[in-house]
Design a protein around this ligand. Structure first.
Ligand SMILES: Cc1cc2nc3c(=O)[nH]c(=O)nc-3n(C[C@H](O)[C@H](O)[C@H](O)COP(=O)(O)OP(=O)(O)OC[C@H]3O[C@@H](n4cnc5c(N)ncnc54)[C@H](O)[C@@H]3O)c2cc1C
Ligand code: FES
Length: 256
C-alpha cells in the first residue's frame, strides 16, 4: 500500500482522563485508503529528546469528514507533547504503515483489548460491522477510570469489561471474564491488542480452543520502515520486523 507524508490539522483534542486523549486530525485533501491494524508515525515537534517519530495505531477513520482519530496514552515526552496539541496545530504523519487485520471467515468474533491496545480495535469493529459482522468487545483495564471510549465501542457491538481492582465489570484480567471461561466458547475469531502478557494469555486460550487469533504487536520501534531491526518478533520463519511484516500476526505464527 502506498505511503504518504502529510501535515494534518488538529481539529479537536478530547481529554478522556488524566492519561488518555483522542486527537482528531483532518487531512489537507482526501484521506487515502487505510486498513484497521495499520499505524502512523507521528513527528513530535519541539521535543529535545523526540528525534524519532512515534508509532500510533489508527483508532478511527471518517472518510466523509476526511479525519482520522488517534488515541494517545501519555507515558513519556513524545506522547505528552502529542497530548498537548491544540485545535489548529499541525501534526505531521507518515502513514499508513504496516499490515492489517484479516476479515474472519466465520461470524462469531471477539476483539480483546487492554490499555492503549484498544486503539486499533475501534477501527476494526467499524470495519467488521460494515462487512455484516457484529463484533463483541472485551476491554480490560486496571481500574474503572482506565475503561475509556466505551460509548464508541457500544455503538458497534456488545461490550464486556474487566478491571483488576473490580471497580467495574468482572474483577481480574480479560482472561477471567466469563466469555473466556467457558469450555465451549461461541467464538470463531479473536483479534487482540494490548500488553504482551495479556495477548500471550489470550493467544494460548485461542490455541486451546481452536480459535483463529490475530494479535497486533506494539514492540518498541525506531526507524519504522524495516532498517534498524529493533522491532523484531520471533516467528516460525525467524525474526520478522513488526513495523513492516506486522504489526498484525497470526498468534500461531509467533514463537510464544
Ligand atoms: C504499532 C504500534 C502502535 C501503537 N499504538 C499506540 C496507540 O494507538 N496509542 C498509544 O498511546 N501508544 C501506541 N503505541 C505505543 C507508543 O508508540 C509509545 O507509547 C510511544 O512511542 C512512547 O513515546 P514517548 O516519547 O511518549 O515515551 P518514551 O519516552 O519513548 O518512553 C516512555 C516509557 O515508555 C516505554 N515505551 C516506549 N514505547 C513503548 C511501546 N511501544 N510499548 C511499551 N512501552 C513503551 C519506554 O520504555 C519508557 O519506559 C504503539 C506502538 C506501536 C509499535
Ligand atoms: S522499527 Fe526499525 S526495523 Fe522496525
Amino acid at each position: 500500500m502506498k505511503k504518504y507524508l502529510d501535515d494534518f490539522i488538529v481539529v479537536s483534542n478530547e481529554r478522556l482522563n488524566h492519561e488518555y486523549v483522542v486527537l482528531t486530525l483532518k487531512h489537507p485533501d482526501r484521506l487515502p485508503h487505510m486498513m484497521p491494524g495499520q499505524f502512523v508515525e507521528v513527528k513530535v515537534e519541539n521535543g529535545p529528546n523526540t528525534f524519532l517519530r512515534r508509532p500510533i495505531s489508527i483508532h478511527d477513520v471518517d472518510k466523509e469528514a476526511n479525519t482520522m482519530k488517534l488515541l494517545i496514552q501519555e507515558i513519556g515526552e513524545g506522547t505528552r507533547l502529542m497530548g498537548a496539541l491544540q485545535e489548529g496545530d499541525k501534526c505531521n504523519l507518515v502513514y499508513p504503515l504496516g499490515n492489517w487485520f484479516s476479515l474472519p471467515d466465520k461470524p462469531d468474533v471477539l476483539l480483546v483489548g487492554g490499555g492503549c491496545g484498544i486503539a486499533p480495535l475501534l477501527f476494526m469493529g467499524r470495519h467488521l460491522k460494515a462487512n455484516g459482522i457484529k463484533p463483541r468487545f472485551l476491554l480490560g483495564a486496571r481500574t474503572s477510570e482506565g475503561l475509556i471510549a466505551l460509548d464508541e465501542f457500544k455503538k458497534l457491538g456488545e461490550v464486556y469489561t474487566t478491571t483488576e481492582d473490580g471497580s467495574a465489570g468482572t474483577k481480574g484480567y480479560v482472561i477471567h471474564h466469563p466469555v473466556m471461561r467457558t469450555q465451549d466458547p461461541d467464538i470463531d475469531w479473536i483479534y487482540t491488542c494490548g500488553p504482551d502478557a495479556m495477548m500471550r494469555v489470550v493467544a494460548k486460550y485461542a490455541r486451546n480452543h481452536d480459535i483463529r487469533c490475530q494479535v497486533s504487536l506494539e514492540n518498541h520501534m525506531a526507524c519504522g520502515f524495516g532498517a534498524c531491526l529493533c522491532c523484531v518478533a520471533d516467528t516460525l520463519d525467524g525474526n520478522k520486523c513488526t513495523c513492516t511484516d506486522g504489526p498484525v500476526f497470526d498468534s500461531t505464527y509467533l514463537k510464544w
